[in-house]
Design a protein around this ligand. Structure first.
Ligand SMILES: Nc1ncnc2c1ncn2[C@@H]1O[C@H](COP(=O)(O)OP(=O)(O)OP(=O)(O)O)[C@@H](O)[C@H]1O
Ligand SMILES: [Mg+2]
Length: 270
């Protein structure tokens, strides 16, 4: 059984010279609770897949083709209000830049609470406050009772990304899409955030699509991986197979392009 099945996905962006095909026939399936990595160089179409899975391509006037089936629902048949109900509840996303995701003029607790207010209108204010506090504690924010009333700029980059993750997992989504969730953070914080995400999704059996250009990140967190080039999957398989026995020359190039100290990531976990 799979929670997500993507078949022949295409994403076309309009441009002056005609449509640009950013994703060209991508297929994969994801079992509940499992983690798929999408890797590939800049412009290979990774984020376009993530945006399609979140129903967020309308703003860029993209045309989506193929099929995306989430827990038996054909995602391409959803209207805007159906998408709004699904998004943030059953499918959630964590982007690279927490500062761009968070609203700078709202307290972080209120931004998490908004998820409950929107999707769980029957919850009382007190219940929402308690749920928000417990989420902040779960994502490792110390002194959560005080931090709940902080503004984003009062928190470090790593703490802000923890807040974003708290909001994303608040309703225990079945699918979490993470698009370069640690790229904006320094290396030690990156390792902590990855470990946190790994723990949280495994605790609540959330499946995850982890988009990253960093093969070490993928090796640490993912079960399966697809390697993208120019909108096409050039290689797919279990992380162990693809990273230790790459079949495609492009995958080998990506592996060879890793900085030498990248291989030492294990050490940061202590
Ligand atoms: N909103 C958009 N409008 C037009 N073209 C776009 C848009 N978003 C992406 N593209 C184009 O689609 C292609 C794939 O872009 P995408 O952002 O999906 O790649 P990516 O693999 O996520 O790259 P990166 O690693 O730099 O984030 C690129 O050629 C890009 O220029
Ligand atoms: Mg991207």
């Amino acid at each position: 059984m799979s929670i997500l099945s993507v078949s022949g996905l295409t994403v076309d962006y309009p441009s002056r010279g005609g449509a640009v095909r950013a994703v060209d026939g991508v297929s994969f399936t994801l079992a509940p609770g499992s983690v798929l990595g999408i890797v590939g160089e800049s412009g290979s179409g990774k984020s376009s897949i993530g945006m399609a899975l979140m129903g967020l391509t309308a703003a860029s006037h993209a045309t989506i083709g193929g099929t995306m089936t989430f827990d038996g629902t054909d995602l391409l048949s959803l209207n805007r209000s159906q998408w709004r109900n699904l998004r943030g509840d059953r499918i959630a996303m964590v982007f690279q830049d927490a500062m761009a995701t968070l609203n700078p003029v709202l307290r972080v607790g209120d931004q998490i609470a908004d998820v409950f207010r929107y999707h769980r209108p029957k919850m009382s204010r007190r219940e929402i406050r308690a749920a928000t506090l417990s989420l902040l504690e779960r994502v490792g924010i110390r002194d959560a009772a005080r931090r709940i009333d902080s503004f984003p700029h009062q928190l470090s980059g790593g703490m802000r990304q923890r807040v974003v993750i708290a909001a994303a997992i608040a309703l225990k989504p079945d699918l979490l899409i993470a698009d370069e969730p640690t790229t904006a953070l320094d290396v030690t914080v990156q390792a902590q955030i990855l470990e946190l995400m790994d723990t949280l999704i495994r605790e609540q059996n959330t499946a995850m699509v982890m988009i990253s250009h960093d093969l070490d990140v993928v090796g640490d967190v993912c079960d399966q991986v697809v390697v993208m080039k120019d909108g096409v999957i050039v290689e797919a398989g279990s992380v162990d197979d693809v990273l230790s026995r790459p079949q495609h020359s492009y995958t080998r190039q990506l592996l060879d392009a890793r900085p030498i100290f990248g291989a030492g990531r294990e050490a940061q976990y202590g």
